[in-house]
Design a protein around this ligand. Structure first.
Ligand code: C2O
Length: 500
């Protein structure tokens, strides 16, 4: 069916957290932004009007946008930004996907505050797990006391990273551990004995996060809008860009239980001053009851992360098969590096950079997809199968790199520490039920192998979903094309496509 969603208005709004008030860029004045509900198969029409002073573009993270990069959103890759005072209608079909994804600004660092959930309701009766009683969202993010764009500008002048955020957030709120933040605590009310579906999204700019609910286990059923073989855990790990659906039963003695979100880094964090807390509150329990605190893992618990990621397997049933490419037409090996480059305009003459295969991507001045549409040659043949090994070369960096590919899901067929061994490691690939997703963390000093079928023509951005690393150049684009037949090419651009 055709669904015309309410107008999304990009507007400034005064918001106060942690005793700091400031105007932030929002959609419809909401922080986090509104949830977009669609049903599998819907053709969606979303008009975005930009009434903020910044240029804007919105990305529908994880939606495949078949033949329709015009609706994908990354500024200067598939569209020019929507300028202040202008609007653009994103028109796309939600096909073959169901579950939780999200949307966010895809220009500058504006996704710091411009983000929200996308819920794709499955076709009737196709949810392959016990029906939950109710559902809720936990959208994880970050809060800066100061202005983010100003901080970025200042950092760039010095050739250094900008100041980091002041707190993590759950549904825009950091919880009672911060000054003036008690009233900004998200509470999820549950009924004793009932089961809830939680849609968890990591919308943070730069932090991979652990999430733990005191006293309660979570059953993971879906990642990045793909069902998985259910497994139970008390902590989950989620990188920026990823989504995770879990079932939680309110099966403990009625009370108040903290839900904690803490950063994962490979280096120990000496002062943990950013952990956000929300509350799982049983109905009928007074607000005065003291909440039970979760046992959050140490911020450098790499082992937990590795073992958690190993548990992720595609559901792989007849109804929801894992169509892993068994043969590979194109093998690619890319290295990920952080380093320093000369910077004549920076204070000390150099700046930190990030690169893929030693190339720091520089943003083009016009939309790449437009350039492509008007005849730039393709690099990956339509419908070929691609295997890409991402190798982190930087043993000194303290974070894994959450790589996100636009336009496709991919299968994570293997991962390991140290250097990828092309004679031994492929024999260990999981080609049966590997997790299928759109964002994957490449471990520090390690590698990750993904496979996908290039069955979506267009220009598709791939980048580290840590905003700092994207800005520093850890990004590239795939061009998928062979110029034969209408199903193998991009649809014509819409008339209202913004101009640069
Ligand atoms: Cu969620 Cu290119 O981004």
């Amino acid at each position: 069916s055709h669904v015309r969603l309410p107008l999304l208005q990009v507007v400034l709004k005064n918001v106060s957290r942690l005793c700091h008030a400031k105007p932030i860029v929002t959609v419809n004045g909401k922080f986090p932004g509104p949830t977009i509900y669609v049903t599998e198969g819907d053709n969606v029409f979303i008009n975005v009007t930009n009434n903020a002073q910044y240029n804007m573009s919105i990305h529908w993270h994880g939606l495949k946008q078949f033949r329709n990069g015009w609706a994908d959103g990354p500024a200067y890759i598939t569209q020019c930004p929507i300028q202040s005072g202008q609007s653009y209608a994103y028109n796309f079909t939600v096909a073959g996907q169901r579950g939780t994804l999200w949307w966010h600004a895809h220009i500058l660092w504006l996704r710091a505050t411009v983000y929200g959930a996308i819920v794709i309701v499955p076709k009737n009766g196709t949810f392959p797990f016990p029906q939950p009683y109710k559902e809720a969202k936990l959208v994880l993010g970050e809060w800066w006391n100061g202005d983010v764009e100003e901080a970025v500008k200042k950092g760039n002048k010095l050739g250094l990273p900008p100041a980091t955020s002041d707190a993590h957030t759950i549904n825009g709120k950091s919880g009672p551990l911060f000054p003036c933040s008690k009233k900004h605590t998200y509470a999820l009310e549950v009924e004793s004995g009932q089961t809830y579906l939680l849609r968890i999204i990591n919308a943070a700019l730069n932090d991979e996060l652990f999430l733990t609910i005191a006293g309660h286990n979570m059953t993971v059923v879906e990642i990045d809008a793909v069902y998985v073989k259910p497994f139970t855990t008390n902590t989950l790990i989620i990188t920026p860009g990823q989504t995770t659906n879990v079932l939680v039963s309110a099966d403990r003695s009625p009370g108040r239980y903290f839900i904690g979100a803490r950063a994962f880094m490979d280096a120990p964090i000496t002062v943990d001053n950013k952990t956000a807390m929300a509350i799982l509150q049983y109905k009928g329990v007074p607000n005065t009851a003291i909440p039970i605190t979760p046992k959050l893992p140490a911020s450098n618990d790499t082992e937990l992360v590795t073992s958690y990621n190993k548990k992720l397997r595609s559901l792989n049933t007849a109804e929801f098969p894992a169509n892993v490419p068994l043969t590979v037409d194109r093998k690619l090996f890319y290295t990920i590096g952080l380093g320093q480059n000369a910077c004549p305009t920076c204070l000390n003459g150099t700046k930190l950079t990030a690169s893929l295969n030693n190339i720091s991507f520089v943003m083009p001045k016009i939309g790449l997809l437009q350039a492509h549409y008007y005849k730039i040659k393709g690099v990956v043949a339509f419908n070929s199968t691609v295997e890409l090994v991402l190798q982190d070369t930087n043993l000194l960096s303290v974070e894994s790199h959450p790589f996100h590919l636009h336009g496709f899901n991919f299968f994570v067929v293997g991962s390991g520490v140290g250097n990828f061994d092309k004679t031994k490691d492929p024999a260990k690939f999981n080609l049966v039920d590997p997790p299928e997703r759109n964002t994957i963390a490449v471990p520090t000093g390690g590698w990750t192998a993904i496979r996908f079928r290039a069955d979506n023509p267009g220009v598709w951005f791939m980048h580290c979903h840590l905003e700092l690393h994207t800005m520093w150049g850890l990004k590239m684009a795939f061009v998928v094309e062979n110029g034969k037949g209408p199903n193998e090419s991009v649809i014509p651009p819409p008339a209202d496509l913004p101009k640069c």
